[in-house]
Design a protein. Structure first.
Length: 420
């Protein structure tokens, strides 16, 4: 597709590219790891609900020492009888029971809701991954911009120090006033403050990038390059919104809410279970059988005010989830629109910033030449130096904003950050 030819991975001198930080974040970022655990939990919850539909097995056993035994003789013929142990002195019991739900519509719907919840968790994991990648991209370009700002501030400091040396020499030669020396010294101290601020910003941006990705940045960040091409038409990008992780996750959350609502409704339907029990005992009773089994069906139904009111709760939750899904879709469309407009504006700003730097560089050169010829004041030189530094800062900001906007637009439109 036209418009995606820019290389978003900036080259870094003796440093890692953007892709290295993105890959590291997938393994080390805490938010991503939490999202993975949430998906695992949702999948386990589905397995738990689904397992409730399978037959259940239980076993019980015990030993009882009775003070007295109860044994009776039951006639079995004219002159014969059979001893039957009602209660033995050493009583042993063991039973095994199998039960399977035959009709449990509410549980069926809960299984469906758990399945939808697992799908929603997977989508939210993808959403979290996109959010983390967006944060890493921003931190990466902030790091590169901070390094460029440090370089510019140091250049300005070097220029001001050279001016101080020149004015000091001129003062010693008697061709410059003390005021000019003091002004030059003040400008040096001002630029030292700018360098200190820039270095602090660089240290903080380096730390933020390490925290987000778990990877220690090496070397110095380099400014991204861009050919200033236009992006794809906005309508083409907005057509991809339905497949975005945020939209898919919200849609699946709505599915979960709808299924939970159905499950709550079906809780009013009776349940029917089947059971089979095998019993072993030496207290045979009148049956006089050591082993005996029984099987049957159980029927259960319940309705109360709490259950009926619960239907209203889950119905309201379903409507809320549907509205949230609609809101998410609108927000995704707005984000694509905003990023697209941001890229368009950033292209114009980069062009203007480049022209501004060129003009400020020329103005600085002219100010120095005129000052050397005695037709421009020291204030003109200082102002020209400040204008150049300001122009360089504007250029850095514009270029970083363009790179960040392109990356944000890719994520907002559902494209991979890496360009083939």
């Amino acid at each position: 597709m036209m418009g995606w030819a820019v290389a978003l991975v900036a080259s870094v001198s003796a440093a890692q590219p953007l892709s290295a930080f993105l890959e590291a974040a997938e393994q080390h970022n805490v938010d991503e790891r939490l999202a993975v655990q949430a998906t695992t939990s949702a999948q386990a919850s589905f397995g738990q609900q689904w397992g409730g539909l399978l037959p259940s097995l239980s076993a019980n056993g015990g030993y009882t020492r009775n003070q007295f035994s109860a044994v009776i003789d039951i006639p079995s013929g004219q002159n014969t009888s059979t001893k039957v142990t009602i209660i033995p002195q050493d009583q042993l019991e063991a039973s095994f029971r199998a039960e399977v739900p035959l009709i449990d519509v509410s549980r069926w719907m809960k299984v469906a809701a758990a399945s939808a919840g697992a799908d929603a968790a997977t989508s939210r994991e993808a959403l979290t991954r996109d959010q983390v990648r967006r944060q890493v991209v921003t931190a990466f370009y902030n790091f590169a911009g901070a390094q460029a700002l440090v370089d510019s501030a140091r250049r300005s400091l070097g220029v001001s120090e050279a001016q101080l040396t020149q004015q000091t020499d001129r003062r010693a030669a008697g061709v410059a006033s003390e005021l000019e020396v003091v002004r030059a010294s003040s400008e040096v101290e001002r630029n030292r403050q700018l360098v200190a601020d820039a270095e602090a910003m660089l240290a903080n941006s380096r730390r933020a990038l390490r925290t987000l990705s778990g990877l220690e940045p090496r070397g110095d960040g380099a400014m991204p390059s861009d050919d200033l091409h236009a992006e794809a038409p906005l309508a083409d990008l907005e057509a991809r919104i339905g497949a975005l992780p945020a939209v898919v996750a919200a849609s699946r959350d709505a599915d979960v809410a709808a299924t939970n609502s159905s499950a709550a409704t079906t809780s009013l339907i009776p349940t029917i279970n089947a059971q089979f029990t095998q019993r072993f005992t030496n207290a045979t009773g009148f049956q006089n059988q050591v082993a005996a089994w029984n099987a049957g069906l159980t029927f259960a139904w319940r309705a109360d005010v709490g259950t009926v009111q619960g239907l209203r709760v889950v119905s309201a939750a379903e409507q809320t989830a549907l509205l949230t899904a609609e809101k998410t879709r609108l927000a995704a469309a707005d984000q694509v629109h905003s990023d697209w407009q941001r890229v368009t504006a950033a292209i114009t700003k980069v062009k203007a910033a480049k022209a501004q730097v060129a003009s400020a560089t020329r103005a600085q050169s002219l100010a120095k030449e005129r000052n050397a010829a005695g037709v421009a004041t020291q204030l003109d030189v200082i102002q020209a130096d400040r204008d150049l530094f300001s122009a360089e800062v504007n250029d850095i900001t514009a270029r970083l904003d363009l790179a960040s906007a392109r990356a944000s637009l890719k994520l907002s439109a559902g494209f991979p950050l890496e360009t083939p």
